[in-house]
Design a protein around this ligand. Structure first.
Ligand code: SF4
Ligand code: SF4
Ligand code: SF4
Length: 270
């Protein structure tokens, strides 16, 4: 796909460009203003900011382009934007069709490591603490069976709001009552994927996985959030189709695994 080739090239060129980022930081405020104008003038397409990003305007001012979020991500989901990408040169973004955040770090490490809090950990910390308190307060709960770290991790992950997935009924295989058999993105695809239910060090190349589904449901079964985010539902015309729920985090795993040539499920950033 042309767009993919273009974006992969762009990604390779700018990925890990910490030196360029540092230089840019030194050039300072005037560059920020120029970047911001460029960012406002260009479409964001389906690019996502990493989890916990504050509002876009303040994000563009506050991100110091240090690249720590890029470095810590175990699946290398985060890249730094190049000139003319419409996102502010040097600021981090995720291109989910190539490599989504599949929560492989298990603890929102990009958010925790951000020195300026433009990826803001405070709300997640609160959500995690509340979830642990609630779990411990359940009547008759055996506290020795409650793993606070697990409870906290799940709650924090579910609190992510990068965007929301939307299904294109015209191309979605399930909407055409078609199945899928094979490797969803082909043997050359470089993206990795942590299967739901597997531990945090289990992400493996998607090209090594094969699926055999009578009716396609990859976006549903591979979603790291599960039924709070996406379910299979009977449509009015009696077809079993994906239905995105309010708990969708916008992580974009569904967008990566969707086997149609252009993804039939796309995350729209918030
Ligand atoms: S860690 Fe924070 S300040 Fe550094 S590049 Fe990422 S978002 Fe920007
Ligand atoms: S993975 Fe794609 S084609 Fe398959 S059901 Fe989901 S949106 Fe439709
Ligand atoms: S439906 Fe699931 S996989 Fe798709 S963006 Fe939402 S949370 Fe992520």
């Amino acid at each position: 796909m042309d767009k993919e080739k273009k974006t992969i090239k762009r990604r390779e060129f700018f990925k890990g460009s910490i030196a360029a980022t540092a230089a840019l930081t030194i050039f300072g405020a005037s560059t920020f203003v120029l970047d911001r104008k460029a960012a406002e003038a260009m479409p964001r397409e389906d690019f996502l900011r990493p989890p916990g990003a504050i509002d876009e305007e303040n994000f563009l001012y506050g991100c110091i382009k240090c690249g720590l979020c890029v470095q810590i991500c175990p699946v290398q989901a985060i890249s730094l934007a190049g000139a003319g990408e419409g996102l502010g040169f040097g600021t981090p973004y995720i291109e989910p069709r190539l490599q989504p955040c599949d929560f492989s770090c298990d603890a929102l490490q990009c958010v925790e490591v951000c020195p300026t809090a433009v990826l803001d950990f405070k709300p997640f910390k609160k959500v995690g603490a509340n979830a642990v308190e609630k779990a411990a307060a359940q009547p008759g709960v055996d506290l020795s069976q409650v793993n606070p770290f697990e409870v906290q991790k799940v709650a924090m992950k579910e609190a992510v709001q990068m965007g929301k997935a939307h299904v294109n009924k015209n191309t979605c295989l399930a909407h055409q009552e078609e199945g899928f058999r094979g490797t969803p993105r082909g043997s050359d695809f470089k993206g990795v994927h942590r299967s739901p239910g597997k531990n945090e060090i289990s992400a493996s190349p998607l090209r090594d996985r094969t699926f055999d589904r009578e009716i396609c449901d990859l976006c549903i079964t591979e979603c790291p959030i599960g039924e709070k985010a996406i379910v299979q539902k009977l449509s009015r015309s009696g077809k079993l189709v994906p239905h995105v729920m309010d708990g969708c985090t916008g992580c974009g795993v569904c967008q990566m695994v969707c086997p149609t040539q252009q993804p039939s499920i796309i995350v729209e950033p918030f």
